[in-house]
Design a protein around this ligand. Structure first.
Ligand code: HEM
Length: 468
């Protein structure tokens, strides 16, 4: 048996006294910094933020162990429950142990395929709104902030599917809920990484802005919950078979099958809004950027869509939307190189051994998910954009290790919104292929990767034109 090593014995960047590596990190490029250090210090290294100690790794064996042994041995980032709870959104994403288990069941049921199938028409209608909005923008020559546009779409879809409410921000001018949600992620990201919870002692203007935004979203969520209770009162049959996540949670609360509090319900509505917004919108934005960067691939995906849709511009059924093998390969390849979750952080609940490293209770492990998926050891020509590697016809051509590809995480806490996200991606990309050409516009600034809890494109301004 190999001898155990301590976390402190690993190589790693030299830090400052007391604060460790915290002052060396710009949280907007957190993932890039950790990837750069991996180049320097290898696939297992250590870093610290004040008293918080981290092991950073991108080894597939360790990745599987971290993903699987949850929620008991590993959890989410240790500070997450308290940071989320004080803002009132300690829902399924941040909850631990039994609190997590009971919430997880309701969320996975609400996002399962049967439910997606039932909601398909509403999703199709929302995709139609995006199509009309963008056709108008193309005719007017507007410059669009692509991720922001797509966030209107993803919030509209999430609220319809999970809460039975049509926000229709795609056809709304002026203030929209996304303006408030936008403020949440960057500040959360900073708070989770902070060596000490300084905002509990003194608040900066950005903390006040965050609280105002959280309050404004909570007021809106309060209305949604009231509307849902009224709907349940008007249609008692819904108690037998709730049509969405919110109804299911309220019914479970009233029947006392699962002891959900009002705070749990509010927290999970918030969680789904956050989890469903940036992730899918940024993935779609990166995908459209990939279309712009790889015109031949765009043409090939477009040919697949044309062949399947005939004169339609949006898939007509859930079955039809699930039958785009090249588009799925293209989406996988986009998520391999531009994952919106390029790293995952795990908290160590009690002293444990990972690989041959002894990890103390309270330490953390950062898993570099993108680096895992971009190593030659796992994918041939790993730095190249080659969607065909995911097609069955190309199986066996070079190294291809799907276990090293974890854009939606894995194990018991894998993303329950995966199928919804993939359906949104297929609907939007099919609609895009049928209608539009894209060109960068507005500024000469490079399109950068920006990390704010999720990793999205910065400066992705585009001008659309109608497909000839
Ligand atoms: C392309 C889009 C998306 C990506 C790449 C993505 C990625 C992820 C990842 C990496 C995790 C962590 C998984 C783990 O710890 O193993 C996660 C968790 C989660 N995601 Fe997603 N996600 C996406 C869309 C969505 C959507 C649309 C929803 C719902 C509306 C959603 C809801 C959640 C929830 C509730 C969790 C927490 C699960 C738990 O802790 O049990 N996600 N997602």
């Amino acid at each position: 048996m190999n001898e155990l090593r301590t976390l402190d014995s690993l190589p790693g960047p030299r830090g400052w006294p007391v604060l460790g590596n915290f002052p060396q990190v710009d949280f907007r490029r957190f993932h890039l910094q950790l990837e750069e250090w991996a180049e320097q210090y290898g696939d297992r290294y250590r870093m610290s933020f004040g008293p918080k100690k981290f092991m950073v790794t991108c080894e597939p064996g360790l990745a599987q162990e971290l993903l699987k042994d949850r929620p008991d041995r590993f959890g989410r980032q240790l500070s997450i429950e308290s940071v989320f709870d004080e803002l009132g959104f300690n829902g399924v994403f941040s909850a631990e142990r039994d609190n997590w288990r009971r919430q997880r069941r309701v969320v996975t049921t609400a996002l399962n395929s049967a439910h997606l199938n039932r909601s398909f028409e509403a999703m199709r209608e929302t995709t139609g709104r995006l199509e009309r909005r963008w056709r108008r923008a193309a005719r007017q020559g507007d410059v669009l902030d692509l991720p922001r546009e797509l966030m209107r779409y993803t919030v509209d879809i999430t609220t319809q599917l999970a809460f039975g409410i049509d926000f229709n921000t795609l056809e709304t001018e002026g203030n929209i809920i996304q303006d408030d949600l936008d403020r949440v992620f960057p500040i959360l990201s900073g708070r989770l990484g902070a060596p000490l919870p300084w905002w509990r002692w003194f608040r900066l203007p950005k903390d006040h802005a965050l609280e105002r935004s959280v309050h404004s979203v909570q007021t809106r969520i309060g209305e949604i919950i009231r509307e849902c209770r009224a709907r349940l009162a008007a249609r008692p049959e819904l108690r037998e078979s709730p049509e969405n996540f919110l109804e299911a949670m309220i019914v479970a609360q009233e029947a006392e099958q699962l002891p959900f509090t009002d705070r749990d319900i509010m927290a999970n509505v918030f969680t789904l809004l956050l989890a469903g917004e940036d992730t899918t919108a940024n993935t779609l934005a990166w995908a459209i950027k990939m279309f712009m960067d790889h015109p031949q691939v765009f043409e090939a995906v477009r040919a697949e869509v044309d062949a399947r849709l005939g004169s339609d511009t949006i898939p007509m059924s859930y079955g039809q939307a699930s039958d785009f093998p090249l588009m799925d390969a293209f989406a996988n390849e986009t998520m391999r190189l531009k994952p919106v979750a390029p790293l995952l952080i795990f908290g160590v609940k009690s002293e444990t051994v990972l690989g041959d490293i002894l990890l103390p209770a309270g330490s953390s492990v950062a898993l570099l998910a993108r680096r895992l998926a971009t190593r030659e050891a796992h994918f041939h020509h790993a730095d190249q954009f080659q969607p065909e590697r995911w097609l069955a016809a190309h199986a066996g051509e070079g190294v291809h290790n799907p276990r090293a590809f974890i854009p939606f995480g894995g194990g018991p806490r894998y993303c329950p919104g995966r199928n919804l996200a993939l359906l949104e991606i297929r609907l939007v990309l099919a609609m895009v292929c049928r209608n539009f050409e894209f060109a960068l516009a507005g500024s000469d600034l490079p399109v950068n990767e920006s990390f704010a809890f999720t990793m999205g494109p910065e400066n992705l301004l585009v001008r659309l034109s109608l497909r000839q």
